[in-house]
Design a protein around this ligand. Sequence first.
Ligand code: ZN
Length: 183
Amino acid sequence: MAHRILELPDPLLREVAAPVPAVTPELHALVDDMFATMHANLGIGLAAPQIGQLLRLIVIEIPPNDDDPQAGNRYVLVNPAVRALGEREPMVEGCLSLPGFRANIERARTTTVTYTGLDGQPLRLEAQGLLAQAVQHEIDHLNGVLFIDHLDSLAELEQIPPEGLDWVPEDDDDEDEEDDEAP
Ligand code: ZN
């Protein structure tokens, strides 16, 4: 079942989430709801606090892409912990909890995380590119951090139509604007 996504300035988005104590049938149901919510909003990642559950749980599914073997898979990370971050570069990013805005922020191009899988076993993920970016973004949510916190100024926010894959630059076919090539 899809849930309402909390939006800024909901104070729950600023809380630090608690570790998931155990992988239970209830947790599996919550994961199903998170994917339903994420898909209903055309997102590519969602953290449990965004639907009001203050648990260290994130789901990610980036669109299939022939050039990226990690794209198109469903990732469920219980109690994720960042183990390594690669070189940083500016990336276009948005958030379902802040619809209608995006910005260029610096993220590591690669991220290594350890986490618990839905079968309760410890797992490790070496993420690259968009998946690495999503992992960093969603783990930030578990610590009450939003992407705008990485900006020097809110003036760096760009307003966009509040639908679609909100941090993937979309094709502007409705109006002519100069192409500012996003990385
Ligand atoms: Zn977000």
